[in-house]
Design a binder for this molecule. Sequence first.
Ligand code: TXA
Ligand code: MG
Length: 319
Amino acid sequence: MAVLGKNIQQAKKHLEQGELVAIPTETVYGLAGNALDETALAKIFETKNRPFFDPLIVHIASWQQVSLYAKAIPEQARKLADHFWPGPLTLLLEKNRTIPDLATAGLDRVGLRCPNHPLTLELLNQLSFPLAAPSANPFGYVSPTTALHVQQQLGEKLPYILDGGPCNVGIESTVIGWENGNPVVYRQGGISLEQIEPLVGKVNVLSHSTSNPQSPGQLKNHYAPNRKFVLGNLRELSVNASKDRTGVLAFQHKLESIQPATQLVLSPSGNLQEAARNLFTMLRQFDTMDVDVVISEEVPDQGLGRAINDRLRRAAAIK
Ligand code: TXA
Ligand code: MG
């Protein structure tokens, strides 16, 4: 099993030796390796069983490092980084030759992000290379938001997990890039459209598909828990549901017709930040419950709610 700790020197040592380390960020835990080392990159894909067509996000210590890895940087990118870095926003920028093709799955753009977590920022500041890090879950499963989640699924394949506590935001970064000079969001996440649009104007949002060459991570059946997961109107879904063998993931209120023990509430007060923080942990909890199906409902489709609904819809997509 991986050693779990808060020792930055330990994490640094493993990474410098070309090994992988799980790192905390404000969004989800990442499975990190030297982004400039093709062997380490290959290990990342292998460890999480990720197809090579799905590119990795490269994590850097500050905006100053962007020009080391990207060229033709739009003014809007700088503006967004100015406002939201360190934070849950990934910028897709034209890569230069320093970034190996394996990191970007052969695409011309690299996803760059400066994460907002004190341990990981300190680690990045001490390293002489950036960290490629996808979410530290087996491909297609729910992303990890605690060190324990990582230990449970990838612990046997890793020497070290840097434990930074539970993730504050709880949902992955927003991925944004530019097409013909216009901003396009490829994945909704921790920074909402309402935060972005005042800075760069109207943003085009690409809805996910099963084969989008621009951003393969938009695969429809991502985030899939192991239980059958159905999204809709909770009351209607519960009409024919078994009282004892149905899980319920509700936004604010439990149902009276289902036993309370198999029901989880994202945010009793209706707070979307709290709902985002709870989402992945709760999705995982159902996989340990003795239920046949989990029924759930969308949250208000605004702010962070859009990113939450995106994950819920994908969890519910038929495999
Ligand atoms: O919050 C996050 O972004 C977390 C933490 C660890 O930073 N990382 C994360 O990585 O969610 P991952 O690999 O699970 O999802 C990143 C997605 C990819 O699936 C891909 O769709 C998109 O970001 N992406 C990354 N690089 C890209 C590129 N060069 N072109 C298009 N899409 C890219
Ligand atoms: Mg992921």
